[in-house]
Design a protein around this ligand. Structure first.
Ligand code: SF4
Length: 370
């Protein structure tokens, strides 16, 4: 297939049909490009695996709170997680924060134009780097996301399954070839926009498609068969306990360190079921010990609720135990505070990056706690 007519059709369609989104300039006239690489970076990280409608609720408040790299770099992890809370995939926020801090430390707050310098930043993979390079700097750097993959699979009748290395290699090679030319940022965005609004998953609108005359799947009547999806792993089931440990009006939160909820504040949690697992969770947070309780005097835990929670690859069944640690004496409170453990009031929750599971568990036990 000749790529020049394909490029031209995509760009002309994008000029007329691009949605107005806050992270987008008006469709480029005369090859103008978006200048704010930091804002492009934030938007692209938010858009990964997340619907545009969801990102629309977060992007502007996030930029209002952290308008440039310096502001985000200076923010605490709690402040960043609180602003991200509800967007999901919190590793993205942690890496964005880390990457931006490095940009401030090494480049004075200017996102590097050099591709190697950009790719060496924490959390900046080929996709994010390509988005920043092409959209913010007007460089001929390819990007391939889920929407682009679907468009390519149909346009070029690629029938190897998504996720296979052979498929990825082909997709990136096509994106690289296609992005060569004028307005690379708009070309990349046109491909993503086509996948998001016309060449959609279930029912592609081929009659409205600006490149239907180039589309091999359409010519073969296979547009609904392609792409071949990746083989899905069923989510792994996991039994956990979470402990709502109250100290007067406050309850205990612990900052997660593992891969599941790393960086977010959670009720003390442990894998397993029953009172024994609840005690493991409580001991790991050091709560009873820090409050001076002897092992024999560890407060009783009672099962208060069971909640289900689905993550990308896991389905959690969580028993929520309630533990009453008694009133909140000021001196004991001081001992109970560790860097990764806090006793908070329900009203303080919105200021913290609290996991959705913990919010759900608290709501299940105490409807008025949130
Ligand atoms: Fe997708 Fe249909 Fe356009 Fe082909 S013609 S790219 S299947 S919308």
């Amino acid at each position: 297939m000749r790529l020049a007519p394909l490029r031209a059709a995509l760009l002309s369609w994008y000029d007329d049909h691009a949605r107005t989104l806050p992270w987008r300039q008006a469709p480029a006239a005369g090859g103008q490009v978006h200048a704010d690489a930091y804002a492009v970076w934030v938007s692209e990280v938010m858009l990964q695996q997340t619907r545009v409608e969801t990102v629309l609720r977060y992007y502007e408040p996030f930029l209002a709170r952290f308008p440039d790299a310096q502001a985000l770099a200076a923010a605490s992890e709690d402040a960043v997680m609180a602003a991200w809370s509800g967007l999901g995939y919190y590793r993205r926020a942690r890496y964005l924060h880390k990457g931006v801090r490095e940009v401030v430390a090494r480049y004075g707050g200017d996102v590097p134009k050099d591709v190697d310098a950009r790719r060496s930043l924490p959390g900046v993979g080929r996709y994010t780097s390509g988005a920043i390079g092409s959209i913010a700097f007007g460089l001929q750097e390819p990007i391939v996301d889920g929407n682009v993959m679907r468009v390519f699979a149909r346009l070029f009748a690629i029938d190897t399954p998504l996720g296979k290395p052979v498929t990825d290699t082909r997709m990136w090679a096509l994106a690289e070839a296609l992005v060569e030319g004028e307005r690379p940022g708009d070309l990349n965005q046109a491909l993503m926009e086509l996948g998001a609004t016309v060449c959609v998953k279930a029912a592609p609108c081929c009659e409205q498609c600006p490149v239907h005359m180039h589309c091999e799947a359409r010519q073969e009547g296979r547009e609904r068969e392609l792409p071949i999806p990746r083989a899905k792993r069923p989510p792994k089931r996991l039994a956990c306990v979470a402990v709502l440990a109250r100290l007067g009006e406050r309850f205990c939160l612990q900052r997660g360190a593992g891969s599941l909820f790393g960086g977010l504040w959670n009720l003390p949690m442990a894998e397993g079921e029953g009172v024994a697992a609840a005690r493991v969770a409580l001991d790991a947070a050091g709560v009873a010990a820090d409050l001076g309780a002897k092992p024999a005097a560890t407060p009783a835990a009672s099962l208060a609720a069971t909640v289900e929670h689905v993550l990308t690859h896991r389905r959690l069944t969580v028993q929520v135990y309630r533990v009453d640690l008694g009133p909140a004496p000021a001196d004991k409170m001081r001992h109970a505070l560790r860097e990764d453990v806090r006793f908070v009031l329900p009203a303080e929750l919105p200021e913290l990056g609290v996991s959705a599971l913990t919010k759900k568990a608290i709501a299940a036990v105490e409807q008025d706690a949130l």
